[in-house]
Design a protein around this ligand. Structure first.
Ligand SMILES: Nc1ncnc2c1ncn2[C@@H]1O[C@H](COP(=O)(O)OP(=O)(O)O)[C@@H](O)[C@H]1O
Ligand SMILES: Cc1ncc(COP(=O)(O)OP(=O)(O)O)c(N)n1
Length: 277
């Protein structure tokens, strides 16, 4: 017997062989949030808890073709970006999203997670990629979701407290996105973990505890993909951002050690109990 069609969301992202971040984190988050995941793979990284050891990028025309293929045939209710690898891929993604009706003022909301480096500091794109991100993707974004390193790269603002987060959100919105969500994970001196959403008029704080765990690999992807899932399910931006924050707070609380260094955040907490045979 067939089921009702679930909402669908697209991730345009790289593969993490360690399964903590990248498209693996996005798909895991989508399914645990009741959303069918579609994928346009941008790069394959050789990655574990020690870092990114190698990578190969997917040809830009194949990235664009993946977006067009799923948008044309299957339809989608939201899209997000992760690792975009190069300026050439960013140009192709921008064009394919325009064609597919994905964008700031288009039918399908577009979540741009400006992933610039792995948590170990390995760059996930170069200087030309940064300019392309700033000039081509931020003006197309329904929401951009930078961490504090990405805020510094995009605006030059060094965020040291919550007031500077608001200042950075204003500067980022001047680059064109409809909404800005500044993530607070790197503000390690703050006893809480309060992200900030800005829509050009109102600042909405997304409060949460700061968990004392070293295992936060994939937190950024979990936050942005849960927000994307919320939008795909028809939530307004502030509601979707709160949903994303709630999801990632639980994921960090239930994170686990795996490998020699930083372990993954968890989506297991959201799975139903195992069914009986
Ligand atoms: N130790 C922590 N405890 C609770 N939430 C956290 C913690 N670290 C990060 N987060 C949350 O995870 C998300 C990602 O945060 P951040 O670390 O800033 O981004 P990224 O993973 O992209 O570097 C944010 O919503 C942030 O509030
Ligand atoms: C292939 C790939 N994509 C993205 C990341 C970075 O993941 P993110 O969740 O934004 O960051 P951390 O929370 O892991 O710092 C990655 N490492 N690999």
């Amino acid at each position: 017997m067939s089921q009702a069609r679930p909402p669908a969301a697209l991730t345009i992202a790289g593969s993490d062989s360690g399964g903590a971040a990248g498209l693996q984190a996005d798909l895991r988050t989508f399914v645990t949030c009741g959303v069918h995941g579609l994928v346009a793979v941008t790069a394959v990284t050789v990655q574990n808890t020690l870092g990114v050891h190698d990578r190969t990028d997917i040809p830009a025309n194949i990235v664009a073709a993946q977006i067009e293929a799923v948008a044309d045939d299957m339809g989608l209710q939201a899209a997000k970006t992760g690792m975009l690898a190069s300026a050439e891929i960013i140009h192709a993604v921008a064009r394919a999203c325009d064609k597919a009706g994905i964008g700031r003022d288009a039918e399908v909301p577009f979540v741009v997670d400006p992933v610039a480096a792995s948590m170990h500091g390995h760059p996930l794109f170069d200087e030309a990629g940064l300019s392309a991100l700033r000039e081509e993707l931020l003006p197309r974004a329904t929401v951009v979701t930078p961490n504090l390193d990405e805020v510094r790269l995009l605006t030059g603002i060094d965020v040291t407290d919550r007031d500077r987060m608001r200042e950075a959100a204003v500067a980022l919105r001047d680059l064109g996105p409809r909404h800005v969500l500044v993530k607070s994970g790197h503000l390690v001196e703050d006893p809480e973990c309060v992200d900030v959403l800005y829509d050009g008029t109102t600042f909405t704080e997304l409060p949460g505890p700061r968990f004392a765990t070293p295992h936060t690999h994939g937190a950024g992807d979990a936050m942005a993909s849960a927000l994307t899932a919320g939008l795909a399910r028809g939530m307004e931006m502030a509601e979707a951002a709160k949903f994303g924050k709630w999801f990632v707070s639980n994921a960090v609380e239930h994170s686990y050690p795996m490998g020699a260094k930083v372990g993954p955040v968890s989506a297991f907490w959201r799975l139903a109990p195992e069914p009986s045979p």
